[in-house]
Design a protein around this ligand. Structure first.
Ligand code: SAH
Ligand code: SF4
Ligand code: F3S
Length: 443
């Protein structure tokens, strides 16, 4: 009988990429994709631990999945539940305690062992298997070949982080930095393009610290990798995320001048506009360093639009520090951004810092910051009205005859277009703009 899997993904783009690779593994084992968890023999949660809310959501959703497992059992159907990703690395014992119905759990660096784990699970039902190794061999080498699932693909080139920002769990959940060799990345990119990708988004927790070996064993930077990928015929758009400001070098900036395929959009998180807070966060850059980088990027490509992440209410953040954050937003006029209330993560240095900020203050600051960010986002979107933009259509809209795609600036755009335009780039004249999306017509 044909077994079915269902994967639910929480967290960042790296998890989206990992889930796709896990799906590749399962399809290799003969599993088909189920459209609901109720129809699945194997349910996998790919989890995120970045903020308390993200981790708690995993546990509450797991409770619901257990009910499905029981319903299926009443019909004589067996269900295997697996938890993978960053929560496993950080809270394996919590999972065993709070969700004993989970059959296996494996951390972000051990997905290639899933076939082995599944074989064991089906032999010894009821016994949980937890695997949180950081294996020396890179997981990527043991995963089956990736292929495009649409016009737009993620490609992990770097994983892990050595920065240890004092608020962040990622260095603990994803381990030390690792860069995939240039040849492997180029090979995977070619395959993604051959199978239908027009756009590739290179991923890494700290993607611009990339230092993979080339075919001659020489260490190469992200700029080199971007230039190599730009040579691939049929590849139309390249992006990379997430970059760390202190690791943006002149070579990378030059790519934004030289490579037409590199989209004029950069997500470069600053987190805070206050040097005092940046220092307490252990960020290796000052406000002035950051502004200088943005200046250079704008010189290299005046059309570039910036995006960022922000944390409000980091321990010790005063009204003055927060005002400095608002100032950066006014200076850079970000075209998009993500902003969060500081979340205390067990085991990180900031969690035990004195002068934790009250929840009420965090909430007030977040509201003020988001109002300001949204005002610039709306301003930028309004400026797009009347322009003709190449849009890569990725999904069907809510109404029939409507498609949703992305502009070079990552804006969502809705257009009345036939589904033959799916996974294609179409020139669109923008007719309307709101804070979160654009609408337009074929130009
Ligand atoms: N590697 C990326 C981002 C990783 S996590 C970088 O360095 O920029 C994504 C975002 O989550 C971070 O940029 C940060 O803004 C936010 N974040 C991380 N830990 C957090 C915490 N403890 N509380 C609130 N936000 C956090
Ligand atoms: Fe976390 Fe900082 Fe590393 Fe980003 S650079 S993943 S915020 S430790
Ligand atoms: Fe979350 Fe892990 Fe990504 S903690 S943000 S899924 S690296």
């Amino acid at each position: 009988m044909n077994k079915k899997y269902y994967i639910k993904t929480f967290g960042c783009q790296m998890n989206v990429y990992d889930s796709q690779r896990i799906a590749n593994i399962l399809e290799g084992l003969g599993y088909g994709q189920a459209s609901t968890p109720r129809a699945a023999d194997l349910i996998i949660f790919n989890t995120c631990h970045i903020r308390e809310k993200a981790a708690e959501k995993v546990f509450s959703d797991l409770g619901r999945i257990n009910l499905i497992k029981q319903e299926r059992a009443a019909e004589g159907l067996d269900t295997i539940i697996g938890v993978v990703g960053c929560v496993v690395q950080a809270e394996d014992e919590e999972i065993a305690k709070r969700a004993p119905f989970v059959d296996f759990a494996t951390g972000p660096l051990t997905y290639h062992r899933i076939p082995e784990i599944l074989a064991k699970v089906s032999r010894r039902r009821g016994i949980s298997i937890i695997d949180t190794d950081f294996p020396a061999v890179a997981k990527f080498d043991y995963l089956p070949e990736n292929k495009a699932s649409g016009g737009c693909s993620y490609l992990a080139v770097q994983e892990g982080c050595n920065n240890f920002c004092t608020y962040c769990v990622v260095p603990y959940t994803r381990g030390a930095e690792y860069s995939r060799p240039v040849g492997k990345v180029v090979e995977e990119a070619r395959r993604l393009v051959e199978t239908g990708s027009l756009e590739i988004n290179l991923l890494g927790q700290n993607v611009n610290s990339y230092h993979g070996e080339d075919e001659n064993g020489k260490e190469r930077n992200l700029a080199y990798l971007l230039r190599r990928l730009a040579e691939i015929d049929g590849l139309k758009r390249i992006r990379y995320t997430t970059s760390y400001p202190a690791d943006v070098d002149d070579d990378l900036i030059a790519c934004h001048r030289d490579l037409d395929k590199l989209m004029p959009y950069l997500h470069l998180p600053i987190q805070s506009g206050s040097d005092r807070i940046l220092k307490a966060m252990n960020r290796r850059h000052s406000l002035a360093d950051y502004l200088k980088i943005v200046d250079k990027l704008k010189q290299a490509n005046p059309a570039i639009g910036m995006s960022s992440d922000f944390i409000v209410g980091f321990p010790g953040e005063t009204d003055q520090d927060f005002a400095a954050t608002l100032d950066v937003v006014r200076k850079i006029e970000y075209i998009q951004a993500f902003s969060f209330k500081y979340s205390r993560r067990p085991g990180t240095p900031a969690a035990v810092m004195p002068m934790q900020v009250e929840e009420k203050v965090k909430k007030e600051r977040l509201d003020i910051l988001q109002d300001l960010l949204f005002s610039y986002q709306l301003k930028f979107n309004k400026q797009s009205v009347g322009k003709i933009m190449p849009v890569l259509f990725e999904t069907k809209g809510r109404h029939s005859g409507q498609l949703i795609g992305r502009t070079p600036y990552m804006q969502n755009l809705h257009a009345e277009l036939g589904k033959e335009n799916l996974n294609k780039i179409v020139n669109i004249k923008v007719t309307e703009a709101t804070t979160n999306s654009l609408s337009g017509k074929a130009a």
